[in-house]
Design a protein around this ligand. Sequence first.
Ligand code: PMP
Length: 427
Amino acid sequence: MTTIIENSKPSLYERQPEISTRFPVHQVREDFPILSSEVRGRKLVYLDNAATTQKPQSVIQAVTRYYKGENANIHRGVHYLSEQATQKYENARRKVGAFIGATVNCEVIFTRGTTESINLVAQSYGRAFVREGDEIIISALEHHSNIVPWQMLCQEKGAILRIIPLLENGELDLGVFDKLLSSKTKVVAVTQLSNVLGTLVPVRQICKKARDAGAVSLVDGAQSTPHLSVDMQQIGADFFAFSGHKLYGPTGIGVLYGRAELLERMPPYQGGGDMIRSVSFEHTEYADLPGKFEAGTPNIAGAIGLGAAIDYLQSLGMERIAAYEAELDGYTRSRLQEVEGLQIQGNPEEHRGAVSFTLDGVHPHDIGQLLDQEGIAIRAGHHCAQPLMKCLGVPATARLSAGLYNTREEIDMLASSLQGLRTLFHP
Ligand code: PMP
């Protein structure tokens, strides 16, 4: 799969210079302490944001402030610090709810991240409502975390996993999806944005079709939430999963959004403290939402840090971030296209974030290691999407993924380093 962009056309940036000037990217960079560091004697160029994003000072401060002066366990305490910590944790939930357009805050469940959120749905909803012979539809674009939990469920229940295939350009073949959907379909679980090809998936349309067929839908928002403004009412998903660390927040915290009516009907995922109303040796009454799904002491600092990350993003404006990144994405693709022997994997019409590529005669791991010598951080490998690699017919790709603080100058550096690599291997 290759993209063809005519070199004679002006780049997207040249056509829309005003967007860049409106987004204060150089000022934004100053908010991220790590970006001014050096790696191997070179200025860091961080282009591995699909793996994890760097953290702004305000997030670092929120976490530090919590541990320095506010640390206590939540919900059960009667003392001042516990009340403060509880308030901050629940305030973070409110921020998340408003950020994603949840109807009520109890639809926001804190988890460890996207992986745990999807496992929660597979283990709780899936074990309760999926039966032998039922079908679960996922897509060829999925990350392992939206494949393996469903495979495990299918194995346990004797259910069948169906896959929406890819079109040549890296988009999903929705014609096949229509044919796969039937009264046997119980769950449709798809990513909103591919972590490998950058394909934007029309999840609203997919969720509607799933609902019309009587199935529940889950959207993996791990990659979309940092790049787009997401709205649960607009997407119409029953479940939506994302990770704090990809959203400029801390690691070890993530979110499962679920429609309250469904969460109410689901059994708990884990048992323990905080998820109960009363316990006796004979019988346990579970807590109301969201407590029912948050057994044990949660990642309090992580939730507070995620709340601070959301405040930060909202201070910049998700629409502005999206506009800036769309332009940078177009610029990146056109610059890479100029590198001799470079093939971009996939050419989806709607794309954002990750760009995967191969370079003739150079192994992706060598690309990653040689760029690292120049202080440029990208990723090489299967990106936790081995079935997708198989569809693409490659064992691995090199992948760059820009975030809100990356600049055209950094993309230029990457492109000229790649051109240098190509010359090194093909003198
Ligand atoms: N889904 C997608 C599309 C991802 O890119 C990732 C992370 N690479 C995940 C799920 C898993 O996220 P986490 O490791 O934060 O649980």
